[in-house]
Design a protein. Structure first.
Length: 236
C-alpha cells in the first residue's frame, strides 16, 4: 500500500497560489471590540457543555494569548507552544518528531529537516502589512492547521492563532461559530473563502458594536410606571 500524499507539502504549494493581497478588500481595518469575546463564549458554552475541564484549560490558554497580544507579541512557534501547554495541561508541548495525521488518517502531514524553519517563516508573515488583516488571520489559521505542529490537540489552536493575529490590531470578533469547519490543503478557493468569512465576521462585529453603543439604556419597569410611589423610599 502506497503512502498517502504529504498534505503539508500540498498546502505549501497552494499557499503560494493564493493571492492573499487581493482576496479581500485592502481597506484598513479599524479597531473593533464586540460586546463579548466570541472565542471565550464558544469555550464557555458549547465546549463547556461537552467537557468542563477542557473549557477551563482553553479559557486559561485564551487569557494567555490575549495577554501576549496586549504585549505586541507577534505570532511565532513559541506562542502556540505556550498555549498548547495550557490547553493540554502539561508541562511541555514539544513539536512533533514524525509525520502527523488528521481526518481519520486520510491526511498526512510530513516532517522534513526544513519543516520548523518553514513554519516559523509562515507565521512571521502574519504581520505583513501588505496583506489585508482578514487574509493574514485566515492564513495563520490554515498554517497552524496544516503544519500540525503538535502530536495532539492541534485543532484547539487554529482559532486561537486566528484570534491572536486579529487581536494584535485590536480586532476581536464577537462570533466565531462559522469558522471551525473542515478545511483542505488542496483547496485554494476554500482558503480565499476563509479570508472572506473573516472579513464578514469583522464587519458584523462592527455593526453590532455600533448598534449596542447607540442603543439607549434599558428602562426599569418602575421608571416606565412613572417613578416610585409616594413613601416607597428612594429609587436607587
Amino acid at each position: 500500500m502506497s503512502e498517502s500524499p504529504d498534505a503539508l507539502a500540498v498546502w505549501c504549494r497552494v499557499r503560494q497560489q493564493v493571492d492573499w493581497s487581493t482576496v479581500v478588500p485592502a481597506d484598513p481595518v479599524p479597531p473593533v471590540r464586540g460586546a463579548v469575546d466570541g472565542l471565550a463564549v464558544r469555550y464557555d458554552g458549547p465546549v463547556r457543555r461537552r467537557d468542563p475541564a477542557r473549557a477551563d484549560r482553553l479559557l486559561t490558554a485564551l487569557a494567555r494569548s490575549r495577554a501576549d497580544a496586549a504585549r505586541g507579541e507577534p505570532l511565532g512557534p513559541q506562542l502556540p507552544a505556550s498555549w498548547q501547554r495550557l490547553v493540554l495541561g502539561v508541562p511541555e508541548a514539544p513539536f512533533r518528531d514524525g509525520d502527523a495525521f488528521a481526518k481519520g488518517g486520510r491526511e498526512r502531514y510530513g516532517l522534513t529537516p526544513h519543516t520548523w524553519r518553514d513554519f516559523t517563516g509562515c507565521l512571521r508573515e502574519s504581520t505583513d502589512a501588505a496583506v489585508p488583516l482578514p487574509a493574514r488571520a485566515a492564513r495563520a489559521y490554515l498554517d497552524v492547521s496544516f503544519f500540525h505542529p503538535f502530536t495532539d490537540g492541534n485543532a484547539r489552536l487554529f482559532l486561537m492563532a486566528l484570534a491572536h493575529v486579529l487581536d494584535l490590531e485590536d480586532v476581536r470578533l464577537d462570533e466565531v461559530g462559522p469558522l471551525p469547519v473542515a478545511r483542505y490543503p488542496d483547496d485554494p478557493d476554500g482558503a480565499a473563502d476563509l479570508a472572506v468569512l473573516v472579513t464578514v465576521l469583522i464587519r458584523a462585529t462592527r455593526r453590532r458594536a455600533a448598534r449596542d453603543t447607540h442603543r439607549p439604556p434599558p428602562v426599569s419597569p418602575r421608571a416606565k410606571a412613572g417613578g416610585p410611589r409616594p413613601g416607597s423610599g428612594p429609587a436607587w
